[in-house]
Design a protein around this ligand. Structure first.
Ligand SMILES: [Zn+2]
Ligand SMILES: [Zn+2]
Length: 172
């Protein structure tokens, strides 16, 4: 979705849209975006540019870091982004103080909302993703998914060689 800057009126522009998955570039992503990106927000002219402000929501499909099962994760976040044609210079004190408070992005005559929302979504992807906080993961020894029940490894808690050593110590 692209918005021409000159179509934004002084009173701003309300946006309530949904970017179809097909329009989102997924070529360099480790995860898969699995639902449309919805966005509710506004574009408002500002002294230093145009303020984009709103909330997005989408869903990604990824793999659990513990049990390796694929699962879907909903991501949502509100953000503010100052879109400027030229990034303010160090000496422009007024603009500078604003720039320090919000993130800036340089734009030309057209705001590529699809690209901006894609970027915001990627920023929200956690480094380590687990299907649930209670996920038991895989057995280190046999690789069984412990969410499906205990494996037989757990019934032999001590290696036989270690058991002998243990007995030796106990007999002392
Ligand atoms: Zn898991
Ligand atoms: Zn096991």
């Amino acid at each position: 979705m692209k918005i021409r800057i000159d179509t934004i009126l002084p009173e701003g522009l309300q946006i309530d849209c949904s970017i179809p998955i097909a329009e989102i570039d997924q070529s360099d992503l480790d995860v898969r975006i699995s639902s449309d990106i919805t966005f509710k927000g506004s574009l408002n002219p500002f002294s230093a540019g145009i303020m984009l402000d709103g909330v997005f929501e989408s869903e990604i499909e990824t793999q659990c870091a513990r049990c390796l099962n694929p699962f879907r994760l909903r991501l949502s976040n509100s953000f503010k982004l100052l879109l400027t044609r030229t990034l303010p210079d160090e000496d422009e004190e007024n603009d500078r103080s604003l720039v320090d408070q919000v993130d800036c992005e340089q734009v030309t005559d057209i705001i590529d909302l699809t690209a901006i929302l894609r970027e915001q979504l990627i920023l929200q992807i956690p480094l380590k993703m687990v299907c649930s906080d209670e996920c038991r993961g895989l057995c280190q020894q046999c690789g069984k998914n412990l969410n499906d029940g205990p494996c037989t490894c757990s019934s032999t808690p001590i290696d036989p060689r270690l058991l002998k050593l243990k007995q030796l110590f106990e007999n002392k």
